[in-house]
Design a protein around this ligand. Sequence first.
Ligand SMILES: [Zn+2]
Ligand SMILES: [Zn+2]
Length: 143
Amino acid sequence: MGGISETCSVCGTGFEVQFRYQMEEKDGGFSFFCSQKCLEKSQLGGDGGASLATCDACAKRFSPQLVSQVLYVAGRRNYACSLECRAQLVREAKGVRLGDIAAAASAARARLREDRAAGRGAACDPPRCAVRGGRGPRCRGDG
Ligand SMILES: [Zn+2]
Ligand SMILES: [Zn+2]
């Protein structure tokens, strides 16, 4: 499996993208990180926290100091200025995910119902029962 050759957005080193964290979607494009260290550097705004981030929960501008102030929601970077804001983002992220899971689960359930209905009909199809070797009576009882 050949990786994608990219240039690190932080230190400019050429490298092959092998891990999910090494590629990050940003508004209008992608950022690439050769290592966790460069990713961290980008998350924390470089040396001395030169660049400010915006809290995704309360929209406050702050300069991130800790990696724990950065979290990923659906593959996108989010900043949280405080523990409360982080908790809020996590809650929202879970809410989104739970909603998705619920929708997927109900779709799967509906599919399962259809499959079962179709399967039962096929199993009790007389020619098929005969092919299965005398299991006809059991199939009939099943329905
Ligand atoms: Zn780098
Ligand atoms: Zn905040």
